[in-house]
Structure formats: structure tokens, C-alpha cells
Write a protein that binds this ligand. Structure first.
Ligand SMILES: [Fe+2]
Ligand SMILES: [Fe+2]
Length: 378
């Protein structure tokens, strides 16, 4: 039988006769959308039902944004877009002078190694979301915020590169430092191991053990890697900023921190929803191991970057603050606090995170970056 094609039916031959129509309703090859939506082939596709969407393993059409099942994810996307900024808008001129003429050897050691750790970390964060997480999400509103997050992690990498270039640090030496300094490498290696486990080609999320592994990995990256290590990781530079040093770099880190707070909050929400949808409980022993490994790696890292304390900041304060923030994150996810009784060692940190207050205090810039609404943190 000859079939007539029309120029606008670019992917489907138009039925020309009653016989054609009958044939089409009974033997047409189902499209991926038919299969995804569970619609009998050839019939008009049923609208997506939000209730059919799932964090992972969903069957609803992934290409249709609304109706939302996770409207909060769309709100995260809108909020992230109101926070737009670039590192070129912040002056680094005073930092060049500070680094070469004002910082002590111990302070330069702290500053350089924080940068060395962060440069590698943000690339890992980008790869985790872009390569290991996004492809497993089965609701488009989740993927869309994560696409923005991938961009922001790249923006953060650009920011560190901008700081390294502006100050005139040896790029090759700084970028290679995580490979030759065991105390920096320890944190990166932990994250790499998590990432590799969920990026295996045969990783099937319909398997409950794999699903648990994925939830644990997502927990690690959102709660520990971004929510604790990043959140707490900027503080040595903020300690310099509080003394009027390296204010440009510190301001750059404040913008990064604002993004990271959203990443962490989004990740925690995803983990909570995933556990609920899948009636999954994170294994307490696996969680304990995660926290203990993270604390040991953070302790080694702090002992290296702060082998000599700087004014107002030392390794013990850094680790104590890690434990305090870890408890806060655990409460947000709804799991047991890993370090009961940990106290807030740096009560200024949350305030430091508030860009507007900090600007007023240090009078660094008057520009308000946010394009709409008020700044909000966790
Ligand atoms: Fe980042
Ligand atoms: Fe992040």
C-alpha cells in the first residue's frame, strides 16, 4: 500500500483512508511517549497525571513540565535565577595587595589551600549533579533546577579561577595540590568513591540495594559535601575578611555560599521525598560510617590548612563547627544527629552568610546583586 506523506507530518505518515485509520489504531509502533505514559498506541495521549511522577523510576512523560508534582523544585529554579551574579563584577584589586603585602605566611597557606580544595570540589559537585544525578531523575521540574545547579557549579569554578588569576597564583601548582597533599586528597577521594559507585553503567535503580546506595550518595553530596564541607569550608577566608583582609575573594565566596545553601536545601528536600516515596530508610550503620569518614577527613584537612592558627581561627574551631553544622543538616533531613551536644563554635558564620548585612558592615560594595525579592538563607 502506498502512503501519502504531507510536509507537516514530519514524523508520522498521515492516514488517508478509513483502512489506514483502522490500521493505525491497531498496529502503529508506540512512541516513547506512548510507552512512558502507558497510553495505548495510536490513541490520543492521555494528559500527564502529576501523581504518576516520581523522583526516580517514574513512568510519566519526562518531557512535560506541568502539572507539577514537586512545585517547590520549580520555586528553587526561580529563586536561583534571581541570585544571578558573575565573579567579574567584584573587584579583586585590594586582594592582590593584601595577598602580597599584608598576609602572613600562615595566612597565605590557609588562603591558597582553601582555594586548592575548592577548585577541585566544585568540579566534582558539577559532575555529580550533571552526570550521576540528573539522568536518574524522572520528573522534569527536578532536572530543570539541577541544570541550573550544574551551571552554578561551573560558575563557582570560574570564580576560583578568577581569584587565582587575579592574585597571580601559580595555576598549575594550585590545581595540582589536591593530588599531592594527602589531607586535601582525602576529602576528594571520599567524594570520588561515592560518585563512582552510582555512575556504573549497570547501575539499576529498580534494585533496592542500588536505590539505597543512590540515596546514600545523594545524602553525602547534598548534606555533607555541600551542606557541611562547603558551608564550613569558606570560613577560614571569612575569618580574614572579618579583619579587613582578602575582602574581594571573601565576597566572591559569599555569593558561592548563597548558591550552596540553595543546593543543600534542594538536595535535602529530594532526599526526604525519595525516602518517603520509596519507603526507604537509610541504614543507620551506613550513615554512621558516612559521618565518621567525613569528620576524619575534615579533621585531617583542618589540621593541614591550619597547622599554624591564624588570628581568630584555628583547626579545632573548624572541626567543632563542622560537627555543629552536621547536626543541623541531620535534623533537616530527619535523621539522628551525628554529634550530639556539638556547640556553635563560630556564631558569626550564619551572619557572615548574609550578604546584605556583611556589605553594610564592611562597606565593600553597595550593589545589591539579587534581581528580585529578599535574600534568604536556610
Ligand atoms: Fe559550588
Ligand atoms: Fe553546590
Amino acid at each position: 500500500m502506498n502512503t501519502t506523506y504531507h510536509f507537516d507530518d514530519w514524523d508520522t505518515p498521515a492516514p488517508r483512508t478509513a483502512q489506514d485509520t483502522a490500521a493505525r489504531t491497531t498496529s502503529a509502533v508506540p512512541s516513547p511517549c506512548d510507552a512512558a505514559a502507558g497510553t495505548p498506541p495510536g490513541l490520543a495521549l492521555a494528559p500527564v497525571n502529576a501523581a504518576d511522577k516520581r523522583i526516580v523510576n517514574g513512568k510519566a512523560d519526562i518531557n512535560q513540565l506541568a502539572p507539577f508534582k514537586y512545585p517547590w523544585a520549580w520555586e528553587f529554579f526561580l529563586k536561583a535565577n534571581r541570585n544571578h551574579w558573575t565573579p567579574l563584577e567584584i573587584s579583586m584589586a585590594q586582594d592582590v595587595h593584601d595577598y602580597h603585602h599584608k598576609l602572613s605566611a600562615a595566612e597565605r597557606h590557609v588562603f591558597e589551600n582553601v582555594l586548592a580544595y575548592l577548585t577541585t570540589s566544585d568540579i566534582l559537585a558539577m559532575r555529580n549533579i550533571g552526570l550521576a544525578v540528573m539522568e536518574k531523575m524522572s520528573a522534569p521540574e527536578l532536572q530543570i533546577y539541577q541544570a541550573r545547579q550544574v551551571y552554578e557549579e561551573a560558575l563557582h569554578t570560574w570564580t576560583y579561577q578568577h581569584c587565582i588569576e587575579s592574585i597571580g597564583l601559580d595555576q598549575q601548582e594550585i590545581y595540582n595540590r589536591y593530588r599531592v597533599v594527602p589531607e586535601i586528597h582525602g576529602k576528594i577521594a571520599l567524594a570520588n568513591r561515592r560518585l563512582e559507585r552510582v555512575m556504573r553503567a549497570d547501575f539499576d535503580l529498580t534494585d533496592r540495594a542500588n536505590l539505597h546506595e543512590f540515596a546514600l550518595s545523594y545524602f553525602f553530596f547534598a548534606v555533607i559535601f555541600e551542606g557541611c564541607w562547603f558551608y564550613n569550608g569558606f570560613t577560614p577566608v571569612f575569618a580574614l575578611q572579618r579583619r579587613g583582609l582578602m575582602k574581594g575573594a571573601a565576597e566572591q565566596l559569599q555569593y558561592i555560599m548563597r548558591d550552596e545553601v540553595l543546593h543543600c536545601a534542594f538536595g535535602i528536600r529530594v532526599v526526604r521525598e525519595l525516602l518517603k516515596e520509596e519507603t526507604l530508610t537509610l541504614d543507620p550503620q551506613a550513615l554512621r560510617t558516612l559521618w565518621d569518614e567525613a569528620e576524619a577527613a575534615e579533621h585531617a584537612y583542618a589540621s593541614f590548612i591550619l597547622r599554624d592558627p591564624i588570628l581568630g581561627y584555628n583547626a579545632e574551631l573548624h572541626v567543632r563547627q563542622f560537627r555543629f553544622i552536621a547536626n543541623r543538616r541531620a535534623r533537616q533531613v530527619g535523621v539522628e544527629e551525628p554529634f550530639p551536644g556539638a556547640e556553635n563554635a563560630l556564631p558569626w558564620l550564619d551572619e557572615q552568610a548574609n550578604l546584605r548585612k556583611e556589605k553594610n558592615f564592611f562597606e565593600t560594595r553597595v550593589t545589591e546583586y539579587q534581581t528580585g525579592g529578599a535574600l534568604a538563607w536556610d
